[in-house]
Design a protein around this ligand. Sequence first.
Ligand code: MG
Length: 170
Amino acid sequence: MPSSTPVTTFRPPFRIGLGYDIHPLKEGRRCVLGGVEIPSPVGPDGHSDADVLCHAIADAVLGSAGLRDIGHYFPNTDPACKGMDSLDILRRAVKEVEKTGYALQNVDAVLIGERPKIAPHIAAMKERLAEALGLPPACVGVKATTNEGLGAIGAGLGIAVHATALIARI
Ligand code: MG
């Protein structure tokens, strides 16, 4: 930013955001990832549908515009959030960003976990996420890797997700 530019009028053409989330896996929980229900004996535990992929992407989207995290918009103490569809969290995040005069361009995410197997469901996840984010599926990256048996994730106790988002000035 040029030193003569007032901070309040500094609106860069592009901004990026970073999101991270992790949920423990629990026996008998529904396994919803990227808005897709995956047949699995275990699923992410949490207050909402615990869709860890949606949560990380939502935080990346909100963070790109310097907004608060999803816990601010959807407190896990709010009964209205219990079991909620996390695709709605994504829709809200995109709306909040648009209020700042920016539009989402693309997101990318990597899931880290030993189970369940994600690969067969990635195409469906991209479709669902793209619809909620108002993007073409080609602008939604979803990848998965294991933790090579290391640590709690490697022991299959949870799933973590890192995500990024890019927004452009409207
Ligand atoms: Mg979460």
